[in-house]
Every structure is written in structure tokens, then in C-alpha cells.
Write a protein that binds this ligand. Structure first.
Ligand code: AMP
Length: 400
């Protein structure tokens, strides 16, 4: 029996999911939160039970120790040797990685060199990796990059129209994000397109972070996020695309620094900024019911931005065979899906089954009617299983 763990380390958190491979059966999952604090939280879900305790977890290595202790205590594993591989999520792989890579000195150095492009994330991922290495030194460890799937973009899709010197000297270009999710969705979505020679998919990962990707023949040709996950469509708290002069103008108007304004664009904008209600689409929906004008505007703006990208990618792909809705909002908000479809329908001839869509939350289904010119599907995303798959594949390679 092969047990493989998917790991997502943040600056003060460590999420994990243990799989039985190759069956891809989830054995348990959990999270250490508030790492670095005396009152940190360690939680593990196993056999329908959700154990949570508050205790000091001063660093990531302690979180990994707690995790291993919990696995043994609950009888999930007898010894640590049963875990044969680890898949670590890495947000930024820069220009170096177009697929997952075994962890070694070179991989570590490259991830470290990319910290300026993803300061919070890449640093935390390395801390997480090193914590696991301390406790499980001989386990196959694989880095799975959020950006890797987008490395197939052509130059004219990833170069920004800035002085070319900056593109080269500072690696300042579009990298995209959510690549692991879009790849998973494209692979799952392929089953709705039997017999189509060159399938064209528009994948909409719409959660608190949101991105849209144009996929042809299973490869990314364009994606909405940019140098960082701030670009593209409007999000829960992020602006998405803006005229770059907004930064300069608002810094002058408010007296705030570029760094302060950058934080505002990341954390106080998007649905939250426009509605002044919340970054959560459920709260926005409730405020819209109550006819709050700013919530109504935020909602309309959000739908418009999503539809503009779908239209752009329809042209970019030379048509589309499938539109996929996924992630927190895409999976759980029938109203959001219907509004998007209603807005693009006159141009794209797409139609979904209103009744089927209404009741659907978090469950895979083909939503389009036979009349629709493009198929539309709801597919729940699963980034963790992709981490487990790549880690297991690397283990098999290493041991053949
Ligand atoms: P994610 O980042 O993919 O986990 O998505 C989180 C977001 O999904 C939340 O901030 C909400 O805006 C949205 N969301 C989650 N559940 C629902 C729901 N039942 N209805 C509408 N939106 C939801």
C-alpha cells in the first residue's frame, strides 16, 4: 500500500492530505494554523471525525512532528516509512519549471531565487519543505508549481509591453497562477469532448482568488493572472487588471506609498472594495437582495470582468468547445453561473439548463442543453490530488 501526502505550506499554516495511491483515496486531511504562536491550532479529519486542539506550535518542524504523531496515534500509519512520497505545492516556478520536479539542491535554489516574485508564498513553501525533510529525510519529495501549466504560452501571450530589457533582466512577464487547478479541470473536462480533434476549453477557476485560462489540446495558451495573482479578473479583495496609471494617480491623491497602495490593491479592493460590504460572494448576494447599490455594482462589475475574459479567450482559441466553472464561487453559486451565461449567450449561443443549474452546488455536472453551441460543465477542482499524482509518479520513476 502506497501512502502519498499532498502538502501546502503557508507562512503560518500547513495543510495536508494523505492519499492511498494509485487509488487516489483520501485517508485523512488536516491543517496546522497560527504556526509561530502559543495558541496555534492543529486539526486532523479522519474516519468522519474532526479532531482539533489548541497548543503551542512554534515552527513548521513542530507542525510536521505533530502530524506524524497524530498519524501514528490514530493508527493511520504504523511507522513513518509508510509515507513514500510528498508533493509540495509551490506558487511560483518562474521560467524554470514547466512541470513538477524532484526536490534537490538545484530545485531548492531556484525556488529560493524566485522569492522576489512571490515573497510570502515561496519562502513559506521552502520552510515547509525543510521541516518535512528534517522529520522524513529520505522520502521522495516533489515540487508541484502553480505556474508550470502556463509555461506553454507563446511569447506574445506572456510578454508585457514594457521595455524588453526589463522583461529579460528582471524576468518581468506573465506567469499566471492556479495552473494545477486548470490542468486538473482540462483533464477532467476532456471526457465531455469525445471525438473532438483539437479541444478548446475556457476554464474558469472562480474563488476568492480567480483566474480564467484558455486551453487548447490540453495546453494553456493564455491565462488571466499576470506577474502575480493580482492580475486578470476582479476578485474577492484584489483589483485584477487596472490601467497602470491608477497606481501613480492614487498615490499622489492619497499621499500613500506604492507599497501601501499595492497592499490596498491586493487586500482591500475587488468585491470588498467596491461593495464596502464583504469579499465573500454570499454576503454580496445577501446585500444585493437588500438592494444595496454598492453591492449591486460590485456584482455587476464582477460578472462583466469574467465575461470579458471569456469573450477574449473565445477569440484567442478560435471558438470554444467547453466552458468549465470551478472553485468556491464557480462551484457553489448557481446565480453567478446563470448571470455569466445570460451575459455571454447573445454572442456565443450558449445555453444551460436553468433548473439543473439552480440546485447544483459542488457536484460535477454537464449544465448545457443540447442546443448550446458550447458545452458548459461544473467541475469541482482538486489541486491536492494533482500533487499526490505527481509525487507518486516521481516515486515510481525513482524506484523502477
Ligand atoms: P475558494 O477560494 O475557491 O475557496 O472560494 C472561496 C469563496 O467562494 C468564498 O469567499 C465565497 O465568495 C465563495 N463561496 C463559497 N461557498 C459559497 C456558496 N455556497 N455560495 C456562494 N459563494 C460561495
Amino acid at each position: 500500500m502506497a501512502k502519498v501526502m499532498a502538502v501546502n505550506a503557508g507562512s503560518s499554516s500547513l495543510k495536508f492530505k494523505l492519499y492511498e495511491m494509485p487509488e487516489e483515496k483520501v485517508i485523512c486531511s488536516g491543517n496546522a494554523e497560527r504556526i509561530g504562536h502559543e495558541d496555534a491550532i492543529f486539526g486532523i479529519k479522519y474516519n468522519g471525525e474532526n479532531d482539533k486542539k489548541v497548543l503551542p506550535i512554534l515552527d513548521h518542524a513542530r507542525a510536521v512532528e505533530l502530524l506524524v504523531e497524530a498519524l501514528i496515534e490514530k493508527g493511520i500509519i504504523k511507522s513513518m516509512d509508510e509515507i513514500i512520497a510528498l508533493g509540495h505545492r509551490i506558487v511560483q516556478g518562474g521560467k524554470y519549471f514547466s512541470h513538477s520536479e524532484l526536490f534537490n539542491k538545484d530545485t531548492e535554489d531556484k525556488i529560493e531565487s524566485l522569492i522576489p516574485l512571490a515573497p510570502l508564498h515561496n519562502k513559506a513553501h521552502l520552510v515547509g519543505f525543510r521541516a518535512f525533510k528534517k522529520i522524513l529525510p529520505n522520502v521522495t519529495s516533489v515540487a508541484v508549481f502553480d505556474t508550470a501549466f502556463h509555461q506553454s504560452m507563446e511569447e506574445q501571450d506572456y510578454v508585457f509591453p514594457i521595455p524588453y530589457e526589463y522583461t529579460v533582466k528582471y524576468d518581468c512577464r506573465r506567469y499566471g497562477a492556479h495552473g494545477t487547478s486548470h490542468q486538473y479541470l482540462a483533464e477532467k473536462g476532456a471526457k465531455y469532448l469525445p471525438g473532438i480533434k483539437h479541444p478548446r476549453i475556457i476554464s474558469c477557476h472562480i474563488g476568492s482568488g480567480a483566474s480564467i485560462t484558455a486551453i487548447k489540446d490540453g495546453k494553456c495558451v493564455a491565462t488571466s493572472m499576470g506577474l502575480t495573482p493580482l492580475g486578470g479578473i476582479m476578485m474577492g479583495t484584489r483589483t485584477g487588471d487596472l490601467d497602470p496609471s491608477v497606481m501613480n494617480y492614487l498615490c499622489k491623491c492619497t499621499g500613500k506609498s506604492v507599497e501601501e497602495m499595492y497592499q490596498i490593491f491586493n487586500k482591500q479592493s475587488g468585491l470588498l472594495g467596491v461593495s464596502e460590504v464583504s469579499n465573500d460572494s454570499r454576503d454580496i448576494a445577501a446585500a444585493c437582495e437588500a438592494k444595496n447599490p454598492k453591492a449591486l455594482l460590485a456584482d455587476k462589475l464582477f460578472i462583466r470582468r469574467v465575461c470579458d475574459y471569456i469573450g477574449q479567450y473565445f477569440v484567442r482559441l478560435g471558438g470554444a468547445d467547453l466552458i468549465i466553472f470551478s472553485a468556491g464561487i464557480g462551484e457553489n453559486s448557481p446565480e453567478f453561473r446563470q448571470k455569466v451565461i445570460d451575459e455571454i449567450a447573445p454572442a456565443l449561443g450558449v445555453e444551460i439548463d436553468r433548473e439543473l443549474n439552480k440546485g447544483l452546488r459542488g457536484k460535477e455536472a454537464l449544465l448545457s442543453t443540447p442546443n448550446s453551441k458550447i458545452k458548459v460543465a461544473l467541475i469541482p477542482t482538486d489541486e491536492e490530488v494533482m500533487l499526490a499524482r505527481d509525487a507518486y509518479k516521481a516515486y515510481l520513476e525513482e524506484h523502477k
